[in-house]
Design a protein around this ligand. Structure first.
Ligand code: G3I
Length: 389
């Protein structure tokens, strides 16, 4: 039922929603007032309004250099999304650039924005090996600090940050990217200090004590594909659950690439959900080969867009089909702000997001919008609301 309803969305050009034709709010005539949803200021055909109908939060990573200063960027963030993730400003490097002095300003600004716009916040991220302050480690794998110092520092960091945002965070990415693609543990400064993966259970316990209502997630990439990494993380979180470590969910980042086959994502979401966990797609983007600079967001093969549309649609539908999948979050929404062109530049890739470099919605946006509009048969999320109850 769900599958057939959703597949119609791919060929349907216009959908009736509550008697009003979907227009694609972002494509409305300049100056035209978009249809408003009943209770708030966002359009009835926005991604967030459509997701609300099945209790699915549609999120975005937010670039705090743009929010508030770029009017169009700010408007889209408020209108289209019901959840926000700090792309960078909650990372250790940004919140404690100098040892002992916190700077919460940018992150607080995001939390305030979310409250004003009735959005939930995904906190990203408490424990990671990347984007650490240089006083702690320049690469995440080496440090001049002793193991005892590292243990005390991580405890203080998790507790202080979770306490600072207590009550404001819906889902915390407590630990990010602790495994390698071959399924072995990543041998970061944390792994070495603890002599194993024990830091992860500790971090979840500290986070739970500091903010008992936040949903606590393990977050990683390439969990989408069944293979050594997804299997290792599956076994690991199963062990955490058995040990009563307070983990509530697993985040599937979802950095997809059209040069690879589409992963068996739904099956992987399902098997983690079957462990009694919530799941979420937390950092979705779909990159493809593009021209070199400066045209890094023009696909070299114009037909690539069809693959991108299909990948976006299948990624969303995998989440929609599973009641425990509580949020679907693209990693930003304007190709200019995407991390992809800067990271994958040989060969060049890009064009990975739903909006182009001028912040105009791409065909991928409309595919997602149509899928959501036709998702009424999907299970209502078990928990679309804030925090643990
Ligand atoms: O803050 C400095 C700024 O002072 C300096 O002028 C500028 C010059 O390059 O760099 C700025 O830092 C950059 C930072 O983003 C903030 O913009 C770093 O160089 C840059 O490496 C960093 O990239 C971020 C990356 O994580 C770091 O690993 C990306 O924006 C961000 O999208 C990306 O997000 C990660 C998730 O957190 C975890 N999963 C993978 C995902 C993609 O890598």
């Amino acid at each position: 039922m769900l599958r057939s309803a959703l597949s119609i969305g791919l060929v349907s050009a216009t959908v009736l929603l509550g008697g009003a034709a979907l227009t694609g709010s972002a494509s409305a005539e300049p100056g035209a007032a978009p249809a408003q949803s009943q209770h708030t200021r966002y359009p009835a055909d926005s991604l967030r309004a459509l997701g609300d109908r099945v209790g699915l939060r549609i999120g975005t990573a937010v670039n705090m250099d743009e929010l508030g200063s770029n009017a169009e960027y700010t408007r889209i963030t408020a209108e289209q999304f019901s959840s926000v993730t700090a792309e960078n400003v909650m990372k250790w490097q940004l919140v404690e650039p100098n040892r002992g002095t916190y700077d919460w300003a940018a992150a607080d600004r995001l939390v305030d924005f979310a409250k004003k716009n009735k959005q939930l916040v995904r906190g990203h991220t408490l424990v990671w090996h990347s984007q650490l302050p240089t006083w702690l480690s320049s690469d995440g794998y080496t440090t001049t600090l002793s193991n005892d110092e590292l243990k005390a520092l991580l405890k203080k960091h998790v507790q202080d940050q979770a306490k600072h945002f207590k009550g404001d965070i819906w889902q915390w990415d407590v630990v990010n990217e602790a495994f390698n693609d071959d399924g072995t543990p990543r041998e970061t400064i944390w792994y070495k200090a603890w002599g194993g993966l024990g830091y992860i259970a500790d971090a979840f316990r500290w986070a739970r004590q500091a903010d008992p209502k936040a949903l606590l997630f393990y977050n990683d990439y390439n969990l989408e594909f069944t293979g050594p990494k997804s299997n290792a993380v599956y076994d690991f979180v199963k062990t955490l659950k058995a040990q009563r470590v307070p983990i509530d969910g697993v985040g599937f980042q979802g950095h997809l690439d059209t040069q690879y086959g589409f992963p068996d994502l739904q099956a992987n979401l399902q098997r983690f959900a079957d462990l009694g966990l919530k799941v979420a797609e937390t950092e979705v983007d779909v990159r493809t080969f593009t021209e070199a600079a400066p045209n890094v967001n023009t696909p070299t093969n114009p037909l690539a867009v069809y693959a991108q549309e299909s990948y976006w649609s299948r990624a969303l539908k995998a989440c929609l089909a599973i009641r425990e999948c509580i949020s679907f979050t693209p990693w930003g929404f304007g190709d200019t702000y995407s991390w992809i062109p800067g990271w994958f530049d040989d060969p060049q890739e890009g064009a990975a997001l739903l909006y182009d470099a001028d912040l105009k919605p791409k065909s991928q946006y409309y595919v997602i919008q149509q899928d959501l509009a036709l998702a009424a048969g999907a299970p209502r999320r078990a928990d679309g609301g804030p925090g643990r109850h």
